[in-house]
Design a protein. Structure first.
Length: 485
């Protein structure tokens, strides 16, 4: 019993350290320390012991990292916590207890994170450990292999610390070298800017945070956006409004807002990107980023592809409605199609709307389609705490590094942010305040290794490492059983 208690405490400590490496706390070295505790706790443990450690790590990590869900649904938080923890527990179980364990755990967690980011209902990357490294020196590895590689080398550095403490110098050196090499390779620039710089403004209307969409006044939100836009100082190339600040009862083409926003674009002589929600029948709606040209006309639009499950649509609505109230999500969003690219007079602009910023494939699609910069209009005003807004900024920093593009994020109550192609936050707004964030961004045409290859090479490498190490463990077990040296 004492041994199990010790394992449980080790696992909880490891998961807590990893969780506090995430924003809003964001102390990235805790992630490496937490994974070191994770690796050490797994050493020489039975399958049951590894399951206990993995469950404890996942429970603490996601119990803290996803605590914001309790603002909406306590039962949903518990169900999601069990699900997300199961991925970490599975990674712990397939990690062998012998000397290859420190090599297998990074690979196993990479596979677990890939699965967590895909299932169910398209996955949930929030709370992932890679977000905690967005401000750290390892983040440049995302240019090579995205957030999965970043996660893998973070765990590998934790493993290296354990091997170093055990005086297994060669294993420690190999693990540390892999991690540092990946970060250094990704640290290179993607090339010089292409074309003239772009002056861009992200407009934050401000207001009370913590209100659900059904509780807020859409007209008040829209009017605050107009008021804040009066502070935009021409000349300006692009003005970005957040997601869902133009919430209509009719189609945009027939609405007075269309003429008003178009008139604002004419007055500012700019390309204006507005977040528009419009009805599509009684039970559905569309969530789009609509581009207005300097002449006031609509020049392009992108409709959000990756919807928020249980937020923008209810999976299995017919069943769920008998189990829980769906008052907060009375309609389902219709998913869009294709890459997030707006072809505008200011140039081709990549777009990821809100939740999509957490999914690297959406940013890759937008930039591979020709985006010179990446826009991230979002709406995090329904969250009372800063946990989700700060994780959004961290995700945007990783997308900047992965794509080699400057990123501009706009949110109605914050955070708005301007992020350069090196993942550095050049400016950020204050939560709740009405303000305009103006910055100069650079168009770029180069492609990082991650833009070219995606997650495939990292996943294949992870599978290969697990296979080789388990084969090695089996050989060592057979020799021990046969009494061979």
């Amino acid at each position: 019993m004492a041994a199990r208690t010790r394992l449980l405490l080790f696992g909880l400590a490891a998961g807590t350290a990893i969780a506090f490496s995430l924003p809003p706390w964001g102390f990235w070295p805790l992630g490496i320390a937490g994974f070191a505790l994770f690796v050490a706790a797994l050493r020489d443990q039975s399958r049951r012991g590894r399951l206990l450690v993995g469950t404890a790590v996942g429970t603490a990590m996601f119990g803290i990292g996803l605590f914001w869900i309790t603002e909406f649904q306590a039962f949903g938080f518990v169900a999601l916590l069990i699900l997300e923890t199961s991925f970490v527990a599975a990674a712990a179980i397939i990690t062998p207890p012998g000397r290859t364990g420190p090599f297998v755990l990074p690979a196993a967690l990479v596979l677990a994170e890939a699965a967590r980011g895909a299932v169910p209902f398209g996955g949930l990357p929030l709370g992932g450990a890679a977000l905690g490294q967005a401000a750290g020196p390892l983040a440049t590895a995302t240019r090579v292999g995205g957030p999965l590689l970043l996660l893998g080398i973070t765990v590998a550095l934790g493993s290296a610390l354990v091997e170093l403490a055990a005086r297994r110098w060669l294993a420690a050196a190999v693990l540390a070298t892999i991690a540092v090499a990946a970060a250094l390779i990704g640290a290179g620039d993607t090339g010089p800017p292409a074309g003239a710089p772009m002056r861009i403004a992200a407009v934050q209307g401000g207001g009370i945070r913590g209100l659900r969409a059904v509780e807020s006044d859409p007209n008040a939100v829209y009017q605050r956006q107009l008021q804040a836009s009066a502070e935009v100082q021409p000349p300006i190339d692009v003005v970005v409004w957040p997601e869902d600040v133009v919430d209509l009862d009719e189609e945009l083409a027939a609405s007075p807002e269309r003429k008003e926003i178009g008139g604002l674009a004419v007055y500012l002589d700019t390309t204006l990107i507005a977040g528009v929600v419009e009805p599509a029948g009684l039970e559905h709606f569309r969530n789009a980023a609509v581009a207005f040209g300097p002449d006031g006309s609509i020049v392009d639009r992108y409709e959000k592809v990756h919807r928020v499950p249980f937020g923008e649509y209810i999976p299995l609505r017919g069943l769920i409605q008998h189990l829980a109230s769906l008052a907060l999500a009375p309609r389902d969003a219709i998913p869009g199609h294709g890459p997030g690219l707006l072809k505008t007079p200011a140039g081709p602009l990549g777009v990821v709307i809100s939740y999509e910023v957490f999914f690297p494939d959406r940013a890759r699609a937008a930039i591979r389609a020709g985006g010179d910069i990446l826009l991230a209009p979002t709406n995090a005003s329904s969250f009372r705490t800063s946990q989700v807004p700060t994780q959004e900024v961290a995700a945007a920093r990783l997308r900047a590094l992965e794509t080699g593009r400057d990123v501009v994020q706009a949110a109605p109550t914050g955070y708005c942010a301007v992020i350069d192609s090196h993942g550095r936050v050049l400016s950020r707004s204050v939560l709740g305040r009405q303000e305009v964030l103006t910055g100069v961004v650079h168009r770029r045409h180069g492609r990082t290794l991650y833009l070219r290859w995606g997650d495939g090479p990292v996943l294949l490498l992870a599978i290969g490492i697990i296979g080789v190490c388990w084969f090695r463990e089996r050989r060592l077990t057979d020799r021990s059983t046969d009494g061979k040296p």
